[in-house]
Ligand binder design. Structure first.
Ligand code: ZN
Length: 84
């Protein structure tokens, strides 16, 4: 089996929802904040490139961003090979 990491590939999806819940601690007051990717989407994400998600803390009013990278792997299960 050959695996090819895909980078720089744009997903032509205006709103990409994922069943993922991210946790972050507010840098000012350490309150636990959550980013529910099944509600908040990525817009036209590009594989292997940094996406920015935004957090807002209701406790202290702090706003900040965190980076994430969406990765995709292609698996080709055959005796052949991936040419390109
Ligand atoms: Zn805070």
């Amino acid at each position: 089996m050959t695996e090819i990491p895909l980078k720089g590939v744009s997903i032509d999806v205006k709103r990409l929802y994922l069943p993922v819940l991210l946790k972050s601690n507010c840098p000012d007051c350490t309150e636990e904040l959550y980013y529910d990717m099944s509600i908040d989407n990525l817009s036209y994400p590009v594989m292997g490139e940094t996406e920015y998600i935004h957090f807002y803390c209701d406790e202290c009013g702090c706003e900040y961003t965190r980076d994430l990278v969406l990765k995709m792997t292609l698996e080709y299960e055959d005796e052949g090979e991936i040419i390109e």
